[in-house]
Design a protein around this ligand. Sequence first.
Ligand code: AMP
Length: 586
Amino acid sequence: MRRFAETAERIAATTKKLEKTALLAEYLTAVPVEEAAVAAIFFSGRPFPVWEETTLQVGGSMLWRAVAELAGRSEPELAESYRAHGDLGAVAADLLSRSEQVAGRRPRTPVETQQMFREIAAARGTAAKAGLVRSLLGAASPLEAKYLVKVMTGDLRIGLKESLVEEAIAKAYGGGLPLVQRANMLLGDIGETLKLAAQSRLEQARMRLFHPIGFMLASPAQSAEEALVYFENAWVEDKYDGIRSQAHCSGRIVRLFSRTRDEITESFPELRQALGGLAKDVILDGEIVAWSYLADDPLAGTSGRALPFSALQQRLGRKQVSEELMRQVPVAYLAFDVLYAAGELVIDRPLVERARLLNQLLSEKERTESGAAARLTASHSDGSQEKLAFDEAAARRQESVAVLVIRAPVFHGSTPDELKQLFDAAQARNNEGLMIKDPQSPYTPGRRGKSWLKLKRELATLDVVVTAVEYGHGRRIGVLSDYTFAVRDGDQLVNIGKAYSGLTDREIADMTRWFLEHTLEDQGFRRIVKPEVVLEVAFNNIMKSTRHNSGYALRFPRIVRLRSDKLPQEADTVERVREIYARQGA
Ligand code: AMP
């Protein structure tokens, strides 16, 4: 890793992109391809390729402690160095270079380092993980430790994005940047991309089933009028509040991946079953939602309806899902796109064509369905008689558990009035708002463009009081930018969330100064501060949670503005939180 770290230092030292990519290209060609492939992943700021679900599960505080122990320093000394450097990697280099410890150093190559990362990821329990982190860092030189820490925190901070690593690969091995980009998009693995480039085989990069690719993202539209600026005839779908999921299906083998490309199949065994048995190998894009199929649900109409995210929450993060839970919280997969079918990548085709293909795939499945407890429409008749003949147990389960794959309904709108009506109808179905899509647009993985727009309802905001602050990550390293905040409960304050984004750099710098002067308890990485700063926060919705002592948590909280005009006594109360929670209708 010596050469890796030295190259990273040189890349950090220049602001010119061309020089950065030239330095990186030089390094990549100078080391064996196997090493270069892993280094390319590290240079993208990750320990593992994008498509892999493996995560280190090593937090800032574990690294913080490991560095303190190895350097033989106390937490306050570390905090002081952190304030000077604003980066835990730099702190590690600084303190370790001042410590005596050189025994036990052993140079590791990038391939060996990644192996060690895998052991850390696989280790169960904090003590085991921390031990491995210590031995990884303990065997490194101070400069290597600096970059090991940075890779582990997921940000090198040397002004290198994955797109520049792609450029460097193109420069190092030829083949042209567009081919490198495409291969990386299809493989989700910059290391594999590098290997193909090195062998001049970039054209052979193929989409691989069970290797998730990036999700197409939507840009916010402020109004129905704005939504129609970008294209005239909009395709409109409800914006469901669930979990985005890419479904990779090959016969009965089905795997579901979340937006962070983590595998989530285990949480939804009934969807695995429902999506099984498609006639072709496919990759679908859709949203998993908690689904209400009760006939007497006034909002359900004939096709059921999605429930708010808080209902789905009970199904998340479980390795085992009981039959009972499946019954209590039925889910559905609302399919709205297809990316791959029968060996062919279809993302470059316009949405109209992909939609046709999707409809066809789902109706083929409906026709060939042979008794597995799956329904492809949202209708209520469950056809249990016929299904009992094939698979009694599955059909019986279907009587009580809704197992659904639903084609998300598509509406059309070409005037602001039509969009407003659709918006109201979506809200009446309790959905978040609308997704407005350009029917002529290709599917652009990992990009947030104007071909998909989201129109969401205005939500209530809360005025909250900051109770604790932490140093930020990435660009916000070295400033106190992560705020834990609370609402009032009688004359107490109870925490309800943590927000990172929303303030300007200037505001954050001012707040950092204020928090440093008004710290009640310095915990190193975190500070308990005088509860005086009031913020207005927006959020997607409120969930019940044991994470904070209010018993609630905000989903996707973001700071709207500082409320310097408000006193902490004027902040919102836990009663108001309860009210908003009840209004969500969970
Ligand atoms: P946001 O999370 O607010 O950026 O909104 C984008 C998210 O909306 C997507 O990532 C999906 O998870 C979700 N979504 C809900 N319904 C749809 C839909 N019909 N089409 C695309 N995305 C949808």
